[in-house]
Design a binder for this molecule. Structure first.
Ligand SMILES: Nc1ncnc2c1ncn2[C@@H]1O[C@H](COP(=O)(O)OP(=O)(O)O)[C@@H](O)[C@H]1O
Ligand SMILES: [Mg+2]
Length: 277
């Protein structure tokens, strides 16, 4: 990949040696009267997996949409590569190196793997003809570099497993220069084995130096790959811990809503009918 638009200056990494690429500071988002997010701080660093966990309605998708350029935040600041930023469109986010893979993937199911890989970025010769052999070769090389073997790149993407589809979308984002990749619940619809494929891929993306934002409500999946964990609850940050500061049990208890479950258990006990004789 050639980098034509070379950066004007090197950003200084922080003490950990890994610079934050995206930083949300006290970010809020209201949809009319509905406050979907309030006071959210989040740091995404290169070479790390930042996991964002939370129940349905916690604000995870809203958070992603702000970073992906689909929605603008209504309060606070988003800092991208050291600059306060407001994306006006997904295109702007992409140009800043932030790629998002949504659950309902933006892949065309009837088109082949290599066509999807290069969709909108086709390599063409002087007469505008597509350089098919070259694109196939690159697609195969990029996928196998990341440990994915797809024997026939002419197969329609729709014939791939859910995990493989996610991987093609991620590989594509990396190849076209993403610095941050946001994955919205990539394992939610997958079985154990396919989830494993995607989790391995997340590690590969991390080790390739990307900042990965992994949205999930599965604490087991998060704990397997996460460097850093943020739990959202009712639009706010309920927990923010580095990997060394939290165990899987603690993360699971957070997600299961330990206190809420205890309260529910009391309520259920009271509903139980008195023992008959
Ligand atoms: N476009 C919208 N208009 C109004 N309310 C919205 C919109 N999108 C999300 N919300 C509300 O914001 C809150 C957070 O939603 P969302 O970000 O989708 O949560 P999650 O992805 O964690 O399930 C919910 O109460 C939801 O109903
Ligand atoms: Mg969501």
């Amino acid at each position: 990949m050639t980098d034509i638009g070379a950066p004007l200056e090197e950003k200084t990494p922080d003490a950990s040696g890994r610079g934050p690429v995206v930083e949300l500071q006290d970010v809020g988002k209201s949809y009319g009267n509905v406050e979907a997010l309030a006071g959210v701080d989040l740091v995404v660093r290169q070479g790390e997996v930042t996991c964002v966990l939370g129940d349905n309605g916690a604000g995870k998708s809203t958070l992603i949409k702000i970073m992906a350029g689909l929605h603008e935040h209504t309060s606070g600041e988003m800092v991208v590569n050291g600059e306060p930023t407001r994306f006006k469109s997904p295109r702007e986010a992409l140009d800043a190196g932030i790629a998002t893979v949504y659950q309902d993937l933006a892949l065309a199911p009837l088109m082949s793997v290599w066509r999807n890989f290069f969709l909108g970025k086709e390599i063409r010769g002087p007469l505008g003809l597509m350089k098919i052999a070259e694109m196939k070769k690159i697609t195969g090389a990029e996928l196998s570099k990341m440990g994915i073997q797809i024997p026939d790149l002419d197969r329609p993407v729709g014939a791939l497993s859910g995990g493989q589809k996610q991987c093609v979308a991620i590989a594509r984002a990396i190849y076209f220069g993403a610095k941050v990749i946001i994955l919205d619940e990539p394992t939610a619809a997958l079985g154990v084995k396919q989830s494993g494929v995607v989790l391995k891929y997340i590690i590969k993306a991390r080790d390739a130096g990307l900042g990965v934002v992994f949205i999930t409500h599965n604490p087991h999946h998060a704990h397997l790959v996460g460097s850093h964990f943020v739990v959202l609850k009712l639009g706010g940050v309920a927990l923010d811990r580095e990997r060394s500061q939290i165990t899987l049990d603690e993360l699971t208890a957070q997600m299961a809503g330990g206190e809420e479950l205890e309260q529910l258990s009391h309520e259920l006990e009271q509903l139980e009918s008195p023992p008959r004789d």
